[in-house]
Design a protein around this ligand. Sequence first.
Ligand SMILES: *[C@@H]1O[C@H](CO)[C@@H](O)[C@H](O)[C@H]1NC(C)=O
Ligand SMILES: *[C@@H]1O[C@H](CO)[C@@H](O)[C@H](O)[C@H]1NC(C)=O
Ligand SMILES: *[C@@H]1O[C@H](CO)[C@@H](O)[C@H](O)[C@H]1NC(C)=O
Ligand SMILES: *[C@@H]1O[C@H](CO)[C@@H](O)[C@H](O)[C@H]1NC(C)=O
Ligand SMILES: *[C@@H]1O[C@H](CO)[C@@H](O)[C@H](O)[C@H]1NC(C)=O
Ligand SMILES: *[C@@H]1O[C@H](CO)[C@@H](O)[C@H](O)[C@H]1NC(C)=O
Ligand SMILES: *[C@@H]1O[C@H](CO)[C@@H](O)[C@H](O)[C@H]1NC(C)=O
Length: 421
Amino acid sequence: MPPALYTFGFILVVLTRKVESVTFEQSSAQVVNKGTEELRINCSHDDSNLQVMLWYQHKQSDQAMSLIGYTVLMGEPNYESQFTDRFQIKRDNTVKGSLIIKNLNLSDSAVYFCAASTQQKVFAKEFFNCGSSPKPKHHKGLTVLVLQSEDQMSDPGRTLMLECKMGSGFSMGSYTMLWYRQNHHGAPIEFLVKEYDKPVGRLESFLDASKNNFSLQITELHINDSSTYYCAAKAYEAYFGKGTKLTVLEENSKITPPQVKILEPSKHECRNSKDKKRKKTLVCVASGFYPDHVEVYWQMNGKNVTDGVATDEAAERIETPPVSYRITSRLRVSAKDWYTEGKNFSCIVSFYNGTGTTKHFGEISGVEDKEDGGMGREKYLMITNKAKLSYTVFIFKSCLYGAFVGFLVWRLQSSPGKRKK
Ligand SMILES: *[C@@H]1O[C@H](CO)[C@@H](O)[C@H](O)[C@H]1NC(C)=O
Ligand SMILES: *[C@@H]1O[C@H](CO)[C@@H](O)[C@H](O)[C@H]1NC(C)=O
Ligand SMILES: *[C@@H]1O[C@H](CO)[C@@H](O)[C@H](O)[C@H]1NC(C)=O
Ligand SMILES: *[C@@H]1O[C@H](CO)[C@@H](O)[C@H](O)[C@H]1NC(C)=O
Ligand SMILES: *[C@@H]1O[C@H](CO)[C@@H](O)[C@H](O)[C@H]1NC(C)=O
Ligand SMILES: *[C@@H]1O[C@H](CO)[C@@H](O)[C@H](O)[C@H]1NC(C)=O
Ligand SMILES: *[C@@H]1O[C@H](CO)[C@@H](O)[C@H](O)[C@H]1NC(C)=O
Protein backbone atom coordinates (compact mmCIF):
# COMPACT_ATOMS: atom_id res chain seq x y z
CA MET A 1 0.00 0.00 0.00
CA PRO A 2 1.23 3.48 -0.71
CA PRO A 3 2.27 5.73 2.14
CA ALA A 4 -0.81 7.90 1.55
CA LEU A 5 -2.73 5.44 3.68
CA TYR A 6 -0.60 6.07 6.68
CA THR A 7 -0.05 9.78 6.57
CA PHE A 8 -3.45 10.87 7.76
CA GLY A 9 -5.13 10.59 11.09
CA PHE A 10 -8.80 11.10 11.56
CA ILE A 11 -10.40 12.88 14.38
CA LEU A 12 -14.10 12.49 14.49
CA VAL A 13 -15.90 14.81 16.74
CA VAL A 14 -19.54 14.10 16.72
CA LEU A 15 -22.32 16.46 17.53
CA THR A 16 -23.85 15.21 20.72
CA ARG A 17 -27.42 16.34 20.72
CA LYS A 18 -28.98 15.37 24.00
CA VAL A 19 -27.58 13.80 27.07
CA GLU A 20 -30.03 13.53 29.91
CA SER A 21 -32.13 16.37 28.57
CA VAL A 22 -29.31 18.87 28.76
CA THR A 23 -28.65 20.30 25.33
CA PHE A 24 -25.05 20.09 24.25
CA GLU A 25 -23.29 21.74 21.43
CA GLN A 26 -20.01 20.37 20.26
CA SER A 27 -17.80 21.14 17.28
CA SER A 28 -18.58 18.94 14.30
CA ALA A 29 -16.58 16.12 12.73
CA GLN A 30 -13.04 16.94 11.74
CA VAL A 31 -10.44 15.21 9.69
CA VAL A 32 -6.96 16.48 10.34
CA ASN A 33 -3.48 15.60 9.23
CA LYS A 34 -1.23 13.63 11.48
CA GLY A 35 1.25 16.03 13.03
CA THR A 36 -1.31 18.83 13.26
CA GLU A 37 -0.05 20.90 16.12
CA GLU A 38 -3.24 21.60 17.92
CA LEU A 39 -6.88 20.66 17.65
CA ARG A 40 -9.52 22.40 19.70
CA ILE A 41 -12.92 20.84 20.37
CA ASN A 42 -15.43 23.17 21.95
CA CYS A 43 -18.33 22.13 24.10
CA SER A 44 -21.17 24.07 25.58
CA HIS A 45 -24.42 23.18 27.27
CA ASP A 46 -27.36 25.01 28.75
CA ASP A 47 -27.53 23.87 32.36
CA SER A 48 -25.51 26.00 34.76
CA ASN A 49 -26.24 23.55 37.62
CA LEU A 50 -23.81 21.11 36.06
CA GLN A 51 -20.55 22.14 37.61
CA VAL A 52 -18.44 19.25 36.43
CA MET A 53 -17.42 19.02 32.79
CA LEU A 54 -15.90 15.74 31.66
CA TRP A 55 -14.25 14.66 28.42
CA TYR A 56 -14.31 11.12 27.08
CA GLN A 57 -12.54 9.42 24.22
CA HIS A 58 -14.28 6.60 22.37
CA LYS A 59 -12.09 4.62 19.98
CA GLN A 60 -13.84 2.32 17.58
CA SER A 61 -11.56 -0.55 18.57
CA ASP A 62 -12.61 -0.09 22.19
CA GLN A 63 -16.12 -0.75 23.40
CA ALA A 64 -15.68 1.30 26.50
CA MET A 65 -15.16 5.03 26.67
CA SER A 66 -12.09 6.37 28.38
CA LEU A 67 -12.27 9.33 30.65
CA ILE A 68 -9.70 11.91 29.59
CA GLY A 69 -10.26 14.24 32.50
CA TYR A 70 -12.62 16.78 34.01
CA THR A 71 -12.92 20.18 35.58
CA VAL A 72 -15.01 21.27 38.53
CA LEU A 73 -16.19 24.79 37.89
CA MET A 74 -13.15 26.90 37.07
CA GLY A 75 -10.74 24.72 39.07
CA GLU A 76 -7.59 23.09 37.77
CA PRO A 77 -8.35 20.25 35.36
CA ASN A 78 -7.76 16.71 36.55
CA TYR A 79 -6.38 14.27 33.97
CA GLU A 80 -6.32 10.50 33.79
CA SER A 81 -2.74 9.24 33.73
CA GLN A 82 -2.65 8.24 30.05
CA PHE A 83 -3.85 11.68 28.97
CA THR A 84 -1.45 13.88 30.87
CA ASP A 85 1.02 14.83 28.15
CA ARG A 86 -0.78 16.00 25.02
CA PHE A 87 -4.30 16.71 26.24
CA GLN A 88 -5.48 19.93 27.79
CA ILE A 89 -8.89 20.75 29.23
CA LYS A 90 -10.04 24.35 29.43
CA ARG A 91 -13.10 25.76 31.07
CA ASP A 92 -14.30 29.19 29.97
CA ASN A 93 -17.26 29.22 32.34
CA THR A 94 -19.77 26.77 33.82
CA VAL A 95 -21.43 26.00 30.52
CA LYS A 96 -18.50 26.36 28.13
CA GLY A 97 -15.20 24.60 27.77
CA SER A 98 -12.86 22.91 25.36
CA LEU A 99 -10.53 20.01 24.86
CA ILE A 100 -7.21 20.69 23.19
CA ILE A 101 -5.12 17.91 21.69
CA LYS A 102 -1.53 18.68 20.76
CA ASN A 103 0.78 17.06 18.18
CA LEU A 104 -1.91 14.79 16.87
CA ASN A 105 -1.04 11.28 15.87
CA LEU A 106 -2.98 8.28 14.61
CA SER A 107 -3.68 7.01 18.08
CA ASP A 108 -5.89 10.07 18.65
CA SER A 109 -8.44 8.96 16.04
CA ALA A 110 -11.63 8.67 18.04
CA VAL A 111 -14.99 10.17 18.82
CA TYR A 112 -14.68 12.67 21.65
CA PHE A 113 -17.54 13.30 24.00
CA CYS A 114 -18.15 16.09 26.34
CA ALA A 115 -20.30 15.38 29.38
CA ALA A 116 -21.50 17.37 32.33
CA SER A 117 -22.40 16.30 35.79
CA THR A 118 -23.78 17.64 39.05
CA GLN A 119 -21.91 15.33 41.35
CA GLN A 120 -19.63 18.01 42.58
CA LYS A 121 -20.16 17.24 46.28
CA VAL A 122 -18.63 13.79 46.59
CA PHE A 123 -16.47 14.74 43.77
CA ALA A 124 -15.11 17.93 45.19
CA LYS A 125 -14.39 16.19 48.47
CA GLU A 126 -12.34 13.48 46.80
CA PHE A 127 -10.89 16.03 44.50
CA PHE A 128 -9.52 18.17 47.26
CA ASN A 129 -8.66 15.37 49.65
CA CYS A 130 -6.67 13.15 47.36
CA GLY A 131 -5.32 15.79 45.04
CA SER A 132 -4.59 13.46 42.15
CA SER A 133 -7.01 11.11 40.47
CA PRO A 134 -10.11 10.34 42.49
CA LYS A 135 -10.71 7.21 40.40
CA PRO A 136 -11.30 4.33 42.83
CA LYS A 137 -8.60 1.72 42.49
CA HIS A 138 -10.88 -1.26 41.92
CA HIS A 139 -12.22 0.34 38.75
CA LYS A 140 -8.92 0.36 36.91
CA GLY A 141 -8.85 -1.54 33.64
CA LEU A 142 -12.29 -3.03 34.09
CA THR A 143 -14.00 -4.24 30.98
CA VAL A 144 -16.58 -6.62 32.43
CA LEU A 145 -18.32 -4.23 34.74
CA VAL A 146 -21.41 -4.00 32.56
CA LEU A 147 -22.70 -7.10 30.80
CA GLN A 148 -25.29 -7.01 28.06
CA SER A 149 -27.45 -9.50 26.20
CA GLU A 150 -26.37 -10.96 22.87
CA ASP A 151 -27.09 -9.34 19.52
CA GLN A 152 -30.71 -9.46 18.40
CA MET A 153 -32.77 -9.56 15.25
CA SER A 154 -36.47 -9.03 15.05
CA ASP A 155 -39.30 -8.37 12.62
CA PRO A 156 -40.97 -4.95 12.79
CA GLY A 157 -43.96 -4.52 15.13
CA ARG A 158 -42.70 -6.83 17.86
CA THR A 159 -41.79 -5.99 21.47
CA LEU A 160 -38.25 -6.61 22.58
CA MET A 161 -36.42 -6.64 25.90
CA LEU A 162 -32.69 -5.90 26.07
CA GLU A 163 -31.04 -6.92 29.30
CA CYS A 164 -28.08 -5.65 31.22
CA LYS A 165 -26.42 -6.75 34.43
CA MET A 166 -23.33 -5.90 36.45
CA GLY A 167 -20.30 -8.14 36.68
CA SER A 168 -19.85 -10.02 39.94
CA GLY A 169 -18.74 -7.85 42.82
CA PHE A 170 -20.56 -4.75 41.57
CA SER A 171 -23.99 -3.62 42.59
CA MET A 172 -26.42 -1.59 40.51
CA GLY A 173 -27.39 0.20 43.69
CA SER A 174 -24.10 2.12 43.65
CA TYR A 175 -24.53 3.43 40.12
CA THR A 176 -27.03 5.32 38.03
CA MET A 177 -28.02 2.95 35.24
CA LEU A 178 -28.63 4.32 31.75
CA TRP A 179 -29.34 3.24 28.21
CA TYR A 180 -27.80 4.83 25.14
CA ARG A 181 -27.87 3.96 21.48
CA GLN A 182 -25.80 4.56 18.39
CA ASN A 183 -27.56 4.25 15.07
CA HIS A 184 -24.53 3.44 12.97
CA HIS A 185 -20.78 3.69 13.15
CA GLY A 186 -19.75 7.32 13.53
CA ALA A 187 -23.20 8.50 14.57
CA PRO A 188 -23.58 10.27 17.89
CA ILE A 189 -24.30 8.13 20.91
CA GLU A 190 -27.73 9.19 21.96
CA PHE A 191 -29.06 9.04 25.50
CA LEU A 192 -32.36 7.14 25.78
CA VAL A 193 -33.58 6.56 29.33
CA LYS A 194 -32.15 6.10 32.78
CA GLU A 195 -33.37 4.13 35.78
CA TYR A 196 -36.77 5.16 37.17
CA ASP A 197 -37.49 7.40 34.16
CA LYS A 198 -41.04 7.44 32.86
CA PRO A 199 -41.48 5.65 29.51
CA VAL A 200 -40.11 7.72 26.63
CA GLY A 201 -42.20 7.03 23.54
CA ARG A 202 -41.89 3.32 22.85
CA LEU A 203 -38.99 2.91 25.27
CA GLU A 204 -39.16 1.96 28.91
CA SER A 205 -36.48 0.89 31.37
CA PHE A 206 -36.94 -1.58 34.23
CA LEU A 207 -34.61 -1.82 37.18
CA ASP A 208 -34.53 -4.62 39.69
CA ALA A 209 -31.31 -4.00 41.57
CA SER A 210 -31.85 -6.96 43.91
CA LYS A 211 -31.95 -9.28 40.87
CA ASN A 212 -29.10 -7.45 39.15
CA ASN A 213 -31.40 -6.74 36.22
CA PHE A 214 -31.66 -3.49 34.28
CA SER A 215 -33.56 -3.82 31.04
CA LEU A 216 -34.85 -1.78 28.17
CA GLN A 217 -38.15 -2.57 26.55
CA ILE A 218 -38.91 -1.37 23.04
CA THR A 219 -42.44 -1.85 21.78
CA GLU A 220 -43.75 -1.79 18.21
CA LEU A 221 -40.29 -2.16 16.76
CA HIS A 222 -39.57 0.06 13.82
CA ILE A 223 -36.77 -0.23 11.26
CA ASN A 224 -35.29 2.96 12.73
CA ASP A 225 -34.74 1.13 16.01
CA SER A 226 -31.91 -0.83 14.38
CA SER A 227 -28.91 0.38 16.39
CA THR A 228 -26.32 -0.69 18.87
CA TYR A 229 -27.71 -0.25 22.39
CA TYR A 230 -25.31 0.53 25.20
CA CYS A 231 -26.06 -0.02 28.83
CA ALA A 232 -24.02 2.20 31.12
CA ALA A 233 -23.37 2.39 34.82
CA LYS A 234 -22.42 5.82 36.00
CA ALA A 235 -20.95 7.03 39.20
CA TYR A 236 -18.88 10.13 38.45
CA GLU A 237 -17.61 8.32 35.40
CA ALA A 238 -19.56 6.11 33.03
CA TYR A 239 -18.84 2.47 32.27
CA PHE A 240 -20.33 1.14 29.08
CA GLY A 241 -21.29 -2.39 28.18
CA LYS A 242 -20.03 -3.79 24.89
CA GLY A 243 -23.33 -3.01 23.24
CA THR A 244 -26.17 -5.11 21.90
CA LYS A 245 -26.62 -4.73 18.19
CA LEU A 246 -30.26 -4.87 17.17
CA THR A 247 -31.44 -5.22 13.60
CA VAL A 248 -35.09 -4.77 12.83
CA LEU A 249 -35.41 -6.66 9.57
CA GLU A 250 -36.55 -4.70 6.58
CA GLU A 251 -39.40 -5.94 4.46
CA ASN A 252 -38.36 -7.85 1.34
CA SER A 253 -34.95 -8.54 2.84
CA LYS A 254 -33.85 -12.05 3.58
CA ILE A 255 -31.19 -13.07 6.07
CA THR A 256 -28.34 -13.98 3.74
CA PRO A 257 -24.82 -15.09 4.68
CA PRO A 258 -21.78 -13.50 3.02
CA GLN A 259 -19.82 -14.72 0.06
CA VAL A 260 -16.15 -14.39 0.79
CA LYS A 261 -13.24 -14.23 -1.60
CA ILE A 262 -9.63 -13.15 -1.41
CA LEU A 263 -8.09 -11.14 -4.22
CA GLU A 264 -4.51 -11.95 -5.14
CA PRO A 265 -1.92 -9.32 -4.38
CA SER A 266 -0.68 -7.20 -7.23
CA LYS A 267 2.54 -8.60 -8.69
CA HIS A 268 4.02 -5.12 -8.72
CA GLU A 269 3.08 -3.73 -5.37
CA CYS A 270 5.23 -0.73 -4.49
CA ARG A 271 7.87 -1.20 -1.89
CA ASN A 272 7.41 0.39 1.45
CA SER A 273 9.38 3.61 1.04
CA LYS A 274 10.63 3.43 4.63
CA ASP A 275 12.14 -0.01 5.03
CA LYS A 276 12.37 -1.04 1.36
CA LYS A 277 10.92 -4.40 2.26
CA ARG A 278 8.71 -6.13 -0.23
CA LYS A 279 5.18 -6.48 1.07
CA LYS A 280 2.09 -8.05 -0.43
CA THR A 281 -1.48 -7.03 0.32
CA LEU A 282 -4.28 -9.58 0.20
CA VAL A 283 -7.75 -8.13 -0.02
CA CYS A 284 -10.72 -10.04 1.36
CA VAL A 285 -14.16 -9.08 0.10
CA ALA A 286 -17.30 -10.32 1.85
CA SER A 287 -20.45 -9.36 0.01
CA GLY A 288 -24.13 -10.08 -0.50
CA PHE A 289 -24.96 -10.45 3.18
CA TYR A 290 -27.89 -9.12 5.16
CA PRO A 291 -28.00 -7.84 7.84
CA ASP A 292 -24.57 -6.46 8.78
CA HIS A 293 -23.73 -8.57 11.82
CA VAL A 294 -20.29 -9.72 10.79
CA GLU A 295 -16.78 -10.03 12.18
CA VAL A 296 -13.77 -10.51 9.92
CA TYR A 297 -10.45 -12.05 10.89
CA TRP A 298 -7.48 -13.65 9.16
CA GLN A 299 -5.52 -16.84 9.56
CA MET A 300 -2.20 -17.95 8.15
CA ASN A 301 -1.84 -21.74 8.05
CA GLY A 302 -4.75 -22.05 10.46
CA LYS A 303 -3.39 -19.55 13.03
CA ASN A 304 -4.99 -16.19 13.76
CA VAL A 305 -3.00 -13.19 12.55
CA THR A 306 -3.66 -9.61 13.63
CA ASP A 307 -0.46 -7.86 12.51
CA GLY A 308 -0.94 -6.01 9.24
CA VAL A 309 -4.72 -6.38 9.28
CA ALA A 310 -6.98 -3.44 8.42
CA THR A 311 -10.72 -4.00 8.23
CA ASP A 312 -13.38 -1.46 7.23
CA GLU A 313 -14.88 -0.06 10.40
CA ALA A 314 -18.40 -0.67 9.16
CA ALA A 315 -19.98 -2.62 6.34
CA GLU A 316 -21.10 -0.66 3.31
CA ARG A 317 -24.77 -0.77 2.45
CA ILE A 318 -25.62 -1.64 -1.15
CA GLU A 319 -29.04 -0.23 -1.93
CA THR A 320 -29.73 -2.11 -5.17
CA PRO A 321 -32.53 -4.50 -4.19
CA PRO A 322 -32.38 -6.77 -2.40
CA VAL A 323 -30.47 -4.58 0.05
CA SER A 324 -27.19 -6.15 1.09
CA TYR A 325 -23.89 -5.28 2.73
CA ARG A 326 -20.26 -5.52 1.75
CA ILE A 327 -17.11 -5.29 3.81
CA THR A 328 -13.44 -5.55 2.92
CA SER A 329 -10.37 -6.35 4.94
CA ARG A 330 -6.73 -6.17 3.97
CA LEU A 331 -3.83 -8.26 5.19
CA ARG A 332 -0.28 -7.11 4.50
CA VAL A 333 2.25 -9.89 4.61
CA SER A 334 5.93 -10.04 3.74
CA ALA A 335 6.68 -11.06 0.17
CA LYS A 336 8.53 -14.02 1.68
CA ASP A 337 5.33 -15.31 3.26
CA TRP A 338 3.39 -14.86 0.05
CA TYR A 339 6.06 -16.59 -2.04
CA THR A 340 5.92 -19.71 0.12
CA GLU A 341 4.23 -22.35 -1.92
CA GLY A 342 1.41 -24.09 -0.05
CA LYS A 343 1.18 -21.43 2.67
CA ASN A 344 -2.51 -20.89 3.38
CA PHE A 345 -4.13 -17.53 3.92
CA SER A 346 -7.77 -17.52 5.04
CA CYS A 347 -10.16 -14.72 5.61
CA ILE A 348 -12.93 -15.80 7.97
CA VAL A 349 -16.19 -13.95 8.25
CA SER A 350 -18.44 -14.91 11.13
CA PHE A 351 -22.03 -14.00 10.44
CA TYR A 352 -24.78 -13.75 13.05
CA ASN A 353 -28.00 -15.04 11.53
CA GLY A 354 -30.40 -14.25 14.36
CA THR A 355 -30.07 -17.60 16.12
CA GLY A 356 -26.42 -18.44 15.81
CA THR A 357 -23.14 -17.64 14.14
CA THR A 358 -21.93 -19.27 10.95
CA LYS A 359 -18.39 -19.01 9.54
CA HIS A 360 -17.59 -18.28 5.93
CA PHE A 361 -14.13 -18.76 4.50
CA GLY A 362 -12.12 -17.24 1.73
CA GLU A 363 -8.85 -19.03 1.01
CA ILE A 364 -5.79 -18.49 -1.08
CA SER A 365 -2.39 -20.17 -1.14
CA GLY A 366 1.06 -18.68 -1.51
CA VAL A 367 2.75 -19.07 -4.89
CA GLU A 368 6.22 -19.76 -6.18
CA ASP A 369 8.23 -16.57 -6.76
CA LYS A 370 8.32 -16.09 -10.53
CA GLU A 371 9.50 -12.50 -10.38
CA ASP A 372 13.21 -12.06 -10.73
CA GLY A 373 14.73 -10.62 -7.62
CA GLY A 374 14.76 -6.82 -7.71
CA MET A 375 18.45 -6.57 -8.59
CA GLY A 376 18.41 -9.21 -11.33
CA ARG A 377 15.61 -7.52 -13.16
CA GLU A 378 17.18 -4.12 -12.89
CA LYS A 379 20.49 -5.30 -14.28
CA TYR A 380 18.77 -7.00 -17.14
CA LEU A 381 16.77 -3.92 -17.97
CA MET A 382 19.82 -1.69 -17.95
CA ILE A 383 20.83 -3.36 -21.18
CA THR A 384 18.64 -1.29 -23.43
CA ASN A 385 17.35 2.21 -22.93
CA LYS A 386 14.01 1.28 -24.36
CA ALA A 387 13.51 -1.37 -21.76
CA LYS A 388 14.66 1.04 -19.10
CA LEU A 389 12.07 3.55 -20.14
CA SER A 390 9.24 1.02 -20.17
CA TYR A 391 10.32 -0.20 -16.77
CA THR A 392 10.11 3.31 -15.37
CA VAL A 393 6.71 3.90 -16.92
CA PHE A 394 5.58 0.60 -15.58
CA ILE A 395 6.75 1.30 -12.04
CA PHE A 396 5.18 4.72 -12.21
CA LYS A 397 1.87 3.24 -13.37
CA SER A 398 1.74 0.64 -10.67
CA CYS A 399 2.58 3.16 -8.00
CA LEU A 400 -0.09 5.48 -9.35
CA TYR A 401 -2.56 2.63 -9.24
CA GLY A 402 -1.46 1.81 -5.71
CA ALA A 403 -1.88 5.40 -4.63
CA PHE A 404 -5.32 5.50 -6.23
CA VAL A 405 -6.48 2.36 -4.44
CA GLY A 406 -4.99 3.74 -1.23
CA PHE A 407 -6.89 6.95 -1.71
CA LEU A 408 -10.15 5.08 -2.28
CA VAL A 409 -9.59 3.00 0.81
CA TRP A 410 -8.78 6.13 2.75
CA ARG A 411 -11.91 7.84 1.49
CA LEU A 412 -14.04 4.87 2.44
CA GLN A 413 -12.53 4.59 5.88
CA SER A 414 -12.58 8.25 6.58
CA SER A 415 -16.14 9.04 5.63
CA PRO A 416 -18.42 7.01 7.85
CA GLY A 417 -21.08 9.66 7.24
CA LYS A 418 -21.37 8.45 3.67
CA ARG A 419 -22.50 5.08 4.82
CA LYS A 420 -25.65 6.33 6.47
CA LYS A 421 -28.67 4.56 5.12
C1 LIG B 1 -13.80 27.51 20.27
O1 LIG B 1 -13.83 28.49 21.29
C2 LIG B 1 -12.77 29.46 21.18
C3 LIG B 1 -12.79 30.37 22.39
O2 LIG B 1 -13.99 30.28 23.09
C4 LIG B 1 -12.95 30.24 19.86
O3 LIG B 1 -11.90 31.16 19.71
C5 LIG B 1 -12.92 29.26 18.71
O4 LIG B 1 -13.20 29.91 17.50
C6 LIG B 1 -13.95 28.14 18.90
N1 LIG B 1 -13.75 27.15 17.86
C7 LIG B 1 -14.75 26.56 17.22
C8 LIG B 1 -14.36 25.55 16.18
O5 LIG B 1 -15.92 26.80 17.45
C1 LIG C 1 1.08 8.72 19.62
O1 LIG C 1 1.51 9.36 20.80
C2 LIG C 1 1.53 8.53 21.97
C3 LIG C 1 2.01 9.35 23.13
O2 LIG C 1 1.10 10.31 23.47
C4 LIG C 1 2.46 7.35 21.76
O3 LIG C 1 2.39 6.49 22.88
C5 LIG C 1 2.05 6.60 20.52
O4 LIG C 1 2.98 5.58 20.27
C6 LIG C 1 1.96 7.54 19.31
N1 LIG C 1 1.44 6.76 18.20
C7 LIG C 1 1.92 6.85 16.97
C8 LIG C 1 1.24 6.03 15.94
O5 LIG C 1 2.85 7.60 16.70
C1 LIG D 1 -35.29 -8.63 33.86
O1 LIG D 1 -36.40 -7.77 33.94
C2 LIG D 1 -37.25 -7.80 32.81
C3 LIG D 1 -38.33 -6.73 32.98
O2 LIG D 1 -38.94 -6.81 34.23
C4 LIG D 1 -37.84 -9.20 32.66
O3 LIG D 1 -38.65 -9.24 31.49
C5 LIG D 1 -36.70 -10.18 32.50
O4 LIG D 1 -37.19 -11.50 32.40
C6 LIG D 1 -35.75 -10.08 33.68
N1 LIG D 1 -34.60 -10.94 33.43
C7 LIG D 1 -34.10 -11.75 34.34
C8 LIG D 1 -32.90 -12.53 33.94
O5 LIG D 1 -34.59 -11.86 35.44
C1 LIG E 1 -37.32 6.91 10.64
O1 LIG E 1 -36.20 7.65 10.14
C2 LIG E 1 -36.51 8.47 9.03
C3 LIG E 1 -35.24 9.09 8.52
O2 LIG E 1 -34.30 9.24 9.53
C4 LIG E 1 -37.54 9.51 9.44
O3 LIG E 1 -37.88 10.30 8.33
C5 LIG E 1 -38.77 8.81 9.97
O4 LIG E 1 -39.70 9.75 10.45
C6 LIG E 1 -38.42 7.86 11.09
N1 LIG E 1 -39.61 7.13 11.49
C7 LIG E 1 -39.93 6.90 12.76
C8 LIG E 1 -41.17 6.14 13.00
O5 LIG E 1 -39.21 7.27 13.67
C1 LIG F 1 -3.45 -25.57 2.82
O1 LIG F 1 -4.79 -25.95 2.49
C2 LIG F 1 -4.86 -27.11 1.69
C3 LIG F 1 -6.31 -27.33 1.35
O2 LIG F 1 -7.16 -26.38 1.90
C4 LIG F 1 -4.26 -28.29 2.45
O3 LIG F 1 -4.29 -29.43 1.62
C5 LIG F 1 -2.82 -27.98 2.83
O4 LIG F 1 -2.29 -29.02 3.62
C6 LIG F 1 -2.76 -26.67 3.60
N1 LIG F 1 -1.34 -26.34 3.82
C7 LIG F 1 -0.87 -25.96 4.98
C8 LIG F 1 0.59 -25.64 5.02
O5 LIG F 1 -1.58 -25.83 5.97
C1 LIG G 1 -9.22 -16.20 16.16
O1 LIG G 1 -9.89 -14.95 16.22
C2 LIG G 1 -11.32 -15.05 16.28
C3 LIG G 1 -11.92 -13.67 16.17
O2 LIG G 1 -11.28 -12.74 16.95
C4 LIG G 1 -11.73 -15.75 17.57
O3 LIG G 1 -13.13 -15.88 17.64
C5 LIG G 1 -11.06 -17.12 17.60
O4 LIG G 1 -11.35 -17.76 18.82
C6 LIG G 1 -9.54 -17.01 17.42
N1 LIG G 1 -8.99 -18.35 17.27
C7 LIG G 1 -7.90 -18.72 17.89
C8 LIG G 1 -7.42 -20.10 17.63
O5 LIG G 1 -7.30 -17.97 18.65
C1 LIG H 1 -28.01 -19.93 12.00
O1 LIG H 1 -26.81 -20.50 12.51
C2 LIG H 1 -26.98 -21.70 13.24
C3 LIG H 1 -25.60 -22.19 13.63
O2 LIG H 1 -24.87 -21.28 14.35
C4 LIG H 1 -27.65 -22.77 12.39
O3 LIG H 1 -27.89 -23.91 13.21
C5 LIG H 1 -28.96 -22.23 11.84
O4 LIG H 1 -29.50 -23.18 10.94
C6 LIG H 1 -28.73 -20.94 11.09
N1 LIG H 1 -30.00 -20.39 10.67
C7 LIG H 1 -30.24 -20.07 9.42
C8 LIG H 1 -31.60 -19.50 9.14
O5 LIG H 1 -29.41 -20.21 8.54
